[in-house]
Design a protein around this ligand. Structure first.
Ligand SMILES: [Zn+2]
Length: 854
């Protein structure tokens, strides 16, 4: 079978001769509830023009069988025309009609038309997910973003089902046990943005209306959907409330009426990513429907995603990148708008920029220091490249750089630019230059050199303060040193902090300036009293790593928790974590800071990332000789803070979960078992279903819960979520048999759905079980190429990333990784990229351990 890849050159060639006038797609999914039915019927008719009559082209299709192909009334032999990935057609006319009838496969990997059967009630649910190129698993398509066209879908489904697509339905007819839904034609959109959601979904309805500037009223029917068995937990009002605030806000800022009619938001099972911006039919991972108590950070995260996807209706759906090189044109904007919108639209999540600074940026810093990092505007040769570029650069660094652009060019110029961009390129495709031209118009600034520095180079700069003072403690000079690859222009704020009368650390001065080149002085600081803390990049305007002078670092060691401002404190935490990752601060020092100050941390999102980082510091960055003690300290700290936290608070829940992640001694594990059995309780802590699973996982990983007990919990929670947790807990048991079973379930068969692949890998890879999993390092490297060739890219990425021997932090494993890389120069570039990144994580952990030992 030929490759499933598609190159940029091929896409350019195809776009140079073709114009697509429209698709009619008929799907018959009446067989979906029968487990034995592997396929559904798909019939696609494409009307398109060709600028070079007589030329040849191909349509993309990944289907088990093609039944018929007709071009301009002429039947082609499917066996000759279809090669397993493409239907080849030649002798094109100026105007063409192509019909392809195929049997397409129901998916279990979240790619294409995913089928899920709910263990709770036996109901079947379907939804599609395509980005970047999986529409071809459902219908025949010119699978590239710049061949936009209107799509008309017709879906025949079981009669009891609800069916949604991008456009509203125009008619529904019932025949026997089936109903056929005819949808209105969509606006001209890209193939990867089309969608179908079908099943007995629970639907909450609402609507939004707004009087536009010309006096007309825009009415947008809204809905929010989830599986029926999740309906009791579905807080649709909260979701739809954020939706309406967002629609108000984006209409105001973008001044372009929402172009896609209605707005459905479906929360779907076994979803690979957070959400997808299908116009008028957004899909979300259903873990955003909270079955148990979660902290406010989870609500904020969900609201952020709601606004991110909504921003895409303009950035991405109305105006779309020409090819995946400019993926950032939509993802960086949407990522920026998620946080910007949470604050600006008046949601209750006013600390969105704190979360962004502390969590989103950590993703960017990590990615940007891999040897595989790339400029924000990337060089995407083909679809495999594209798949790997949904990364910390395209999203988080891109959004950070847009935040910097707003500081540099001004918010008004930025939004006026956005408005002109939508007007000028509506329903079209764009590249970097199209946006820059407009931003230059609105800002009156030359952005070419800015874009060259920020968008077309890779890597993160480090800013370090250099402060000198006289004998009286007055600043004689404050300079900002910049290093790290290409030096960039940074618009930054510098904050000086001192203790107030109550001992709190508060900002006493703020200077905003342009940092350029290797050394920039802060003239206004001269003559001021030397402060307790100098915070570069205060207010988080730019994208950089920051360091501290020795005196500031000492202030943080003794008083980090006294910083009053949430954002300043989050920036300090972030900088300390970067010092740890960069082997400039021993892991045990970072752990000590967390143990000392996390109990004071007011921001729940920051607290939860401190938990993750402190655990990571002990597991990977600490000297192995200290690891045991570090682990005990974390568990003791968790227990102490759990008992001290306000009853029923988010903080209490976060500490309970952290206790479950760190529990190792008999005292901690005894409490875990007591909480499960109901013989122990913590005032105000409700041991609900998700917390129960977290506690079971702790016992399983410690070898204190067997298959029978776990099966008992599953019997009490026989749901999709329960099955995932049960699977992970089984794989997390510290026995050779449990590890072998998890490995085999993932590697030896492709029957497992994506969600259970993920659960097995997560359970297998418990860091504390590194002695048990060490045996799998050699087989892992042997399997890589086979996995890459045989599995879908989504599953292959999980296996390659998840089974890498990450917790074997030693020179031998590093050498094994290097050996594989040296021996496989011809392996798929995307596969090499994944291995290179994991290898880099390992090398970083080795450096951090050396620092911690010293
Ligand atoms: Zn997005």
């Amino acid at each position: 079978m030929p490759g499933k890849n598609l190159s940029r050159d091929e896409a350019q060639q195809r776009a140079s001769i073709l114009t697509v006038d429209g698709y009619r797609v008929r799907l018959d999914v009446t067989s979906a509830p029968e487990p034995a039915a592997a396929t559904f019927r798909s019939t696609t008719t494409i009307a398109f023009r060709c600028a070079e009559p007589g030329a040849s082209t191909f349509v993309d299709l990944l289907a088990p069988a093609v039944r018929a192909v007709t071009l301009n009334g002429r039947a082609l032999d499917p066996a000759a025309a279809y090669d397993g990935a493409r239907v080849h057609v030649d002798g094109l006319a100026a105007e063409n009609v192509l019909t392809v009838e195929a049997d397409c496969a129901y998916s279990r990997t979240g790619e294409g038309l995913h089928r899920f059967t709910d263990p709770a009630d036996g109901e079947t649910y379907l939804y599609t997910h395509y980005e970047p190129a999986d529409a071809r698993r459902v219908f025949a398509t010119f699978e590239q973003p710049d061949l936009k066209a209107p799509f008309t879908f017709t879906v025949t489904a079981p009669a009891a089902w609800d069916v949604r697509s991008n456009a509203p339905h125009e008619s529904v007819t019932t025949e026997d046990a089936a109903r056929t839904w005819e949808f209105a034609p969509t606006k001209a959109i890209s193939t990867y943005l089309t969608a179908v959601v079908a099943g007995p979904y629970h639907v909450a309805r609402d609507h939004y209306s707004r009087t536009l500037d010309d006096g007309t009223v825009l009415d947008i029917p809204l809905s929010a959907m989830c599986r029926r068995s999740l309906a009791p937990y579905f807080d649709a009002d909260e979701i739809l409330g954020v939706t309406k605030l967002g629609l108000d806000f984006f209409h105001e800022r973008f001044a372009y009426p929402y172009p896609f009619g209605k707005y459905d938001q479906a929360f779907v099972p076994e979803y690979n990513i957070g959400a997808m911006e299908n116009p008028g039919c957004v899909t979300f991972r259903e873990e955003f429907v909270f079955r148990s108590k979660v902290t406010d950070a989870a609500y904020e995260g969900r609201a952020n995603v709601v606004l991110h996807e909504m921003a895409h209706m303009w950035f991405g759906d109305l105006v779309t990148m020409r090819w995946w090189d400019d993926l950032w044109l939509k993802e960086s904007f949407a990522d920026f708008m998620g946080s910007y919108g949470l604050v600006g639209a008046g949601t209750r999540y006013q600390s969105a920029w704190v979360t962004f600074a502390n969590q989103r940026k950590a993703w960017a810093y990590r990615q940007d220091q891999f040897p595989t990092t790339h400029p924000i505007t990337a060089d995407i040769r083909d679809l495999e490249d594209a798949k790997l570029n949904f990364d910390g650069i395209t999203y988080a660094k891109g959004a950070s750089v847009l935040k910097q652009l707003v500081a540099y060019a001004g918010a008004e110029a930025f939004f006026e630019g956005a408005r002109r961009y939508f007007q000028r390129h509506a329903f079209g495709n764009t590249e970097l230059a199209d946006l820059l031209d407009i931003l230059e118009e609105t800002s009156g600034r030359d952005l070419k050199s800015w874009a060259a520095a920020w968008l077309q180079t890779a890597g993160v700069n480090t800013l370090t303060p250099q402060l000198t003072a006289d004998a009286e403690g007055r600043i004689t000079e404050l300079a900002v040193l910049q290093d790290g690859g290409v030096l960039r222009p940074h618009r930054i704020a510098v904050g000086l902090y001192d203790r107030d009368a109550d001992g709190a650390l508060v900002r006493t001065a703020r200077f905003e300036l342009d940092v350029t080149g290797a050394r920039t002085t802060v003239a206004e600081a001269v003559g001021l009293t030397r402060p307790a803390l100098v915070l570069l990049n205060d207010d988080d305007l730019t994208y950089c790593k920051i360091r501290f002078d020795e005196e500031s670092l000492e202030t943080l060691r003794t008083g980090l928790g006294d910083i009053q401002d949430d954002l300043a404190r989050a920036l300090a935490w972030s900088a300390l974590w970067n010092l740890t990752r960069d082997a400039l601060m021993p892991a045990r020092d970072y752990v000590a800071l967390v143990l000392r100050f996390a109990g004071q941390e007011a921001n729940i999102g920051v607290l939860q990332s401190l938990h993750t980082q402190a655990k990571g510091a002990v597991d990977l960055y600490a000297d192995p000789a200290w690891r045991g003690e570090g682990g005990r300290l974390l568990a003791d700290g968790a227990l102490h803070e759990l008992r001290a936290a306000a009853p029923g608070s988010d903080h209490q829940l976060a500490w309970a979960r952290f206790l479950a992640q760190t529990a190792n001694g008999s005292e901690h594990l005894g409490l875990v078992r007591g909480l499960l059995a109901g013989t122990a309780r913590i005032d105000g802590l409700e041991v609900d279903q998700e917390l129960r699973w977290a506690l079971w996982l702790a016992l399983a990983a410690a070898g204190q819960a067997g298959e029978e007990e776990l099966a008992g919990e599953l019997a009490a929670d026989n749901t999709a979520g329960g099955r995932r947790q049960y699977t992970q807990s089984l794989a997390a048991r510290p026995t050779p048999e449990a590890k072998a079973a998890a490995w085999s379930a993932v590697i030896d068969s492709d029957e497992l759905p994506n969600a259970l692949v993920e659960a097995n890998i997560a359970g297998f890879a418990v860091p504390a079980h590194r002695d048990l999993t060490a045996l799998y390092a050699a087989p892992y490297f042997k399997l890589l190429e086979r996995v890459w060739a045989e599995r879908t890219i989504e599953i292959a990425m999980r296996i390659v990333g998840g089974f890498f021997p990450q917790s074997q932090v030693d020179e031998a494993t590093l050498a094994e990784a290097d050996g594989w890389l040296a021996g496989h120069p011809q392996a798929a570039p995307a596969l090499r990229r994944l291995v290179l990144e994991r290898r880099d994580d390992l090398a970083r952990a080795l450096r951090a351990q050396a620092c911690d030992r010293a």
